[in-house]
Design a protein around this ligand. Sequence first.
Ligand code: SF4
Ligand code: SF4
Length: 289
Amino acid sequence: MARTAVVSRILPFSCVDGPGNRLVIFLQGCNFHCPGCHNPHTIGLCDHCGDCVADCPSGALTMAEGRVSWQGALCTHCDRCTDGCPRQASPKTRVMSVAEVLAELRRYGPLLSGVTVSGGEATTQLPFVVALFTLIKADPELVRLSCLLDSNGSLSLAGWQRLLPVLDGAMLDLKGWRDEVHRALTGYDRERVLASLQLLARCGKLAELRLLQVPGRTDFVDEGGRLDAGLCAFLQSLGPISIRLNGFRHHGVRGGALSWQEAGMEELQRLAKALIAKGFGPIALPALV
Ligand code: SF4
Ligand code: SF4
């Protein structure tokens, strides 16, 4: 099992990445190419081209022996390096071992309910996730922490079979219903996402389904505000599940998607109403949009 991963950042405490108070590990790298991504600098992996070094106004980046290194103490988090990176990467990632992440968990453990591995797309570094969750489950001090995954759902069924024995639950996104809409919004077809949702629901490990509403682009409801019949049948086949609605916002987005309309609360309430009318629930809405 891989004992290291490229980590974008660690958030010691979060109350929005699963139930309770959670330490969140954001892994670098994603296999989807969502034009509306709000964390585009987590998509690519740095190839140490060095282009960003001269752009740093604080001298926090240096090039040595063909590799870029970042000094956190000098960084002002101005984002110039990530904004200008041609690979949608960041020079501020670090390679962490499972042992280092376990040390962070022990440090904050008494205040935590669990750990969530997010991204990027966490399952692009699956061996690390499996190793981490396996060691948490085997550690008497950490075993009480629940192990959750935040994922785009693209993992293969064989991959899920490796992860399921040590996974307590996964939150999965669905960004479009019809295949052409899903592909336009993610760069990837929907089949694996649907198969992942079915597998997790069958195993009782689908912690949450997240529907992202992008005005004029997502196809969850028709013009009359009715839930798409195919989506409705698919959701019914999953059995009772928790659904969270997220609205597209411009925060963090780059490029053409900045011209897309943002989703307001009214639009999310319309989708919630369509879901509730078909008997789905509970439906969680953002506190503020
Ligand atoms: S972060 Fe981007 S620009 Fe900077 S060295 Fe890595 S690939 Fe090059
Ligand atoms: S975010 Fe930090 S490392 Fe990147 S350019 Fe700004 S100061 Fe330099």
